[in-house]
Design a protein around this ligand. Structure first.
Ligand code: PHE
Ligand code: ZN
Length: 885
């Protein structure tokens, strides 16, 4: 492992946005020559330096875990006294404007288990070398100005043994290759686009590839290539198709064309995150690239398409226009997630996509916003930037862009992004620059939206209504408040666009005319709530209407309303828009849950079940949407409703919902299941996917209603499945419903997919999530499976994170055993891979809201680990410190 020289969080100073200063030096050109090998690689760097501005600051370069072999300034070797080395970098007082600094360093890829910098993927005999630089990995490769506002042109020469490393790749266009003595060879790449160091990448090893010719709308011929190890190359075709779709879409929708002669993607099984947008050389976690019908589920196919698009879209939103500093991370991530979401919506069903995105936000981001790790989309400070690749920066950031896009309309938003690209191409910019460009292109001041980027916490919007029959007017009073978050006690009102409609009792939408307007303006409109409270008065309203607020989830807020179960049931039946219909059902399910938790009357539960029973028979309803409607909110979301959280009680109450629904649908389940199963095939078209999605849900309900038939059906489905979606759904149904057949099916799956890492991850994850008091023993047993290792992030996430974050009942044991157990795993993992350890530690996010017994246990476990902070990585120590604060 590259030694982590940074001290743990206590004592390590936070980086402040307000401390930002433009760099004192620039680098015009970076020339790298890399002699690559598994145990030791030698990196020779030649930096053409420029002073930036008039200051006299000495040259200071970042570098971590590097063994310096030689250092030359303007052609002369420096004496020891002419440069200063410390754990975080190198100072060269003699450097002048126009100087050229040459360093040679040695790094040890095989020892790098943190997977940042240059590392080995796979076994040392067969694996390959690759890099990961975002956010601050380049400093583990060479001494440099490792900050995103230093943009340089790169020329990279790679040299290695030809037999061991036949493929050599770096960013930019290929610029020659050839043989060297002793069986070695070289390859050179020139990247004409200046870029920050975090976008640097190289790859070397035995890789196969597939390729396709592509011509951009502007007429540039591009070779698209995907590289993977021999056993994986047959699974890259789907990703290549997705890439082409993404490239065409970006040309059509944003007018963005690709800008190099090659676009390369490489797949690895050893990756901390999903994928990385290195210029012209994207590197992907295999999980988001490899697909084949036998091992990939429908959900995964969609994810792969989305991540391929996401990384490609970064070429403009992130690479051509990059971030000034890491506080601006959402400038590229929020915008790129928004672009990716829009693309996926266009490729499939917009309503379903919106439902998925909102439920992700509620499951992952709302809890973050409500807990000790809450932070703004653009935080004002950080100790460890790795810990800010969060749902808030990504998903909430995307919602902010969506709000802006909604405010401007499609044409206005396109004018805005056109100006943003034209004005800032080749620059490192801020969220303010983005808002300014969007505003300038439309003659608007969007700066009030900056508060959304600066203020953490999920705003609550409350609605009160008064209908006056005498004047036929309807007054909607909207109030907002945002609960305090760590370091931000006071919150300001935000500009909140609320898309609303009013239903008449017969299910039709009423025309909307606000007081003072000459005529009604449509049946749906956006109300801009900008103050703490505002009243909107509609006139010509013939009857007391039923309001439909926050249509399409027009802002990332929680609407608190007293809508009665009967009204929610009405909207669940009648809303024309898929998202709103789903949301009405979710609200109704929440009311049913609240009542079940208190042991109160089941009015909402009955209303929910009756409405769903009616929709179950509605032949016009899309099968995938029905599957979503039939699914109550997750235990995590429901737990967010409790002031004091008892995960067992949440689970029981949620079970009441599930069982009641299963009982209500009763005899209708089996025929529906059989009808869906009769149409089973392995095709990937939307209708087939939708049927499988509904079938999975119906099978789960059937297993509750009639376990004997349910288990028999699941067993048959498992044995005869046409693809992974059906196979995994059947296996999950058997395992989760405690079927007698479960053990045997698990064993058969394990054998069938032995050696298929991605399929085994699903096997680990499924078992880790079974809600049972015995979950910990099960997870401990699975850790002894020969396929388990703490060294592979995907495996750690599949087993440990699925358990700690996806199994509230199993993890939050009242005796605290799982907390103490996880803390020990965090210790081990931290020594291997700090950023993965830190991510896993966020499982403790909600500890303060736990009921007192569990809370005490969690606190003790956390405190024991925090006491060791000086021996922990900065990543883990930072999470612990904030979690306990
Ligand atoms: N920038 C990557 C993305 O969003 C995520 C990432 C961050 C990957 C840090 C690796 C390290 O696509
Ligand atoms: Zn991204």
């Amino acid at each position: 492992m590259i030694p982590s020289d940074a001290p743990g969080a206590p004592g390590s100073r936070p980086v402040l946005l307000s401390d930002y200063r433009a760099p004192a030096w620039r680098i015009e050109h970076v020339e790298l020559a890399c002699d690559l090998d598994i145990d030791a690689s030698e990196i020779r760097a030649r930096l053409a330096l420029r002073r930036n501005g008039a200051g006299a600051a000495p040259l200071r370069l970042d570098g971590e875990g590097l063994a310096l072999r030689s250092i030359n300034l303007d052609g002369r070797a420096l004496e020891p006294g002419e440069y200063m080395l410390d754990a975080e970098g190198l100072t060269v007082p003699g450097a002048r404007d126009g100087s050229v600094l040459e360093t040679v360093v040695r790094v040890e890829p095989a020892k790098n288990t943190a997977l940042e910098g240059l590392y080995l993927s796979g076994p040392r005999e067969t694996g390959f070398l690759l890099t990961q630089c975002e956010a601050q990995g380049f400093r583990r490769i060479t001494y440099c100005l490792d900050r995103p506002d230093v943009l340089a042109r790169y020329t990279v020469t790679l040299r290695a043994d030809r037999a061991r490393f036949p493929v050599l790749l770096a960013n930019g266009n290929p610029d020659g290759a050839g043989a060297l003595p002793d069986g070695r060879h070289w390859a050179r790449f020139v990247d004409p686009h200046p870029k920050p160091s975090y976008l640097f990448a190289l790859v070397a090893g035995r890789l196969e590839h597939i390729e396709r010719d592509y011509v951009t709308a502007e007429g540039r011929a591009v070779k698209l290539r995907i590289f993977a190890e021999a056993d994986a190359i047959g699974r890259c075709g789907y990703a290549l198709d997705a890439l082409e779709r993404a490239m065409r879409w970006d040309e059509r929708v944003y007018g963005r064309n690709y800008d190099l002669d090659v676009f390369h993607i490489v797949a690895t099984h050893d990756f901390n995150m999903g994928a990385m947008e290195n210029k012209g050389l994207n590197i992907f976690n295999a999980k988001y690239l490899l697909a084949d019908p036998d091992a990939t589920t429908d959900d995964e196919y969609r994810q792969i398409e989305a991540v391929v698009a996401h990384e490609y879209f970064h070429n403009w939103t992130g690479n051509r226009v990059t971030c000034r500093d890491w506080f601006q991370l959402s400038l590229k991530e929020g915008l790129t997630v928004f672009r990716e979401q829009s693309f996926s919506a266009d490729m499939g069903s917009p309503a379903l996509k919106r439902i998925e995105d909102v439920s992700t936000l509620r499951r992952a981001q709302f809890p973050e916003d409500a807990g000790p790790l809450a932070h703004a989309v653009r935080p004002a400070q950080y100790c460890e930037i790795n810990n800010f690749y969060t749902a808030t920066v990504y998903e909430k950031g995307a919602e902010l862009v969506r709000m802006l896009a909604g405010r401007l309309g499609a044409d206005g938003f396109r004018r805005g992004t056109d100006l943003y690209f034209a004005r800032h191409d080749g620059q490192a910019v801020t969220v303010e620059d983005f808002l300014k460009a969007l505003g300038d292109a439309n003659g608007l001041d969007l700066m009030p939206y900056l508060d959304w980027y600066r203020q953490a916490g999920t705003p609550r919007v409350r609605a009160r209504e008064v209908y006056d029959a005498a004047t036929r007017s309807y007054a909607l009073t909207l109030g907002q408040h945002t609960p305090p978050t760590p370091g931000q006690a006071q919150k300001r009102p935000l500009p909140i666009p609320l898309r609303v409609a009013l239903f008449a009792r017969d299910g039709r939408l009423l025309p909307l005319r606000l007081e003072g307007e000459a005529a009604a303006a449509g049946e749906e409109r956006v109300l801009e709530l900008t103050a703490a409270e505002q009243t909107f008065r509609f006139v010509d309203v013939p009857e007391p209407p039923l309001p439909s607020l926050l249509r399409g989830f027009s802002a990332p807020v929680i609407v608190e309303s007293d809508e009665a179960p009967a009204d929610l049931a009405f909207r669940l039946r009648h809303e024309s828009d898929g998202y709103n219909r789903w949301d009405a059902g979710q609200r109704l399910a929440q009311l049913a849950f609240d009542a079940a938790l208190r042991g109160g009357p089941g009015t909402a539960l009955v209303a929910w079940c009756e409405a769903l029973a009616a929709l179950f028979d509605d032949a016009a309803l899309d099968a995938a949407l029905l599957a979503e409607l039939l699914t109550p909110p997750s235990a995590v979301e429901l737990g967010e409703r409790c002031a004091e959280l008892d995960p067992d009680a949440v689970h029981e109450a949620r079970e009441t919902l599930e069982n009641s629904l299963a009982a209500r649908l009763g005899a209708a389940l089996e025929p529906r299941y059989r009808a869906l199963h009769a149409q089973a095939d392995g095709t990937l078209d939307a209708a087939a996917q939708a049927r499988r999605r509904l079938k999975r849900r119906v099978l789960d309900l059937l297993c509750r209603h009639d376990p004997a038939r349910g288990h028999a059906s699941a067993r048959l489905q498992f044995d005869g499945a046409h693809g992974m979606t059906d196979r995994l759904a059947a296996l999950a149904a058997l395992v989760r419903s405690g079927a007698r057949e479960a053990g045997d099916a698990l064993a058969r799956y394990r054998r069938r997919y032995d050696g298929n890492a991605l399929a085994l991850d699903k096997w680990f994850a499924l078992q880790a999530q079974v809600p049972a008091a015995t979950a910990l023993q099960r997870v401990q047993a699975l850790m002894r499976d020969p396929a388990f290792t703490l060294r592979n992030p995907n495996r750690v996430y599949a087993l440990l994170r699925s358990y700690a974050q996806g199994n509230p009942v199993g993890f939050h044991r009242a005796d605290g055993a799982a907390y103490f157990w996880l803390v020990e795993r965090l210790r081990e993992l931290d020594a291997i891979n700090p950023s993965v350890a830190a991510r896993l530690a966020t499982a403790f996010n909600g500890w303060r809201r736990l009921e007192p017994v569990r809370r005490r246990q969690a606190q003790q476990a956390l405190a024991a680990l925090a006491a060791d902070a000086p021996r922990l990585s900065r990543d883990l120590a930072d999470i612990l410190e904030r979690t306990l604060a």
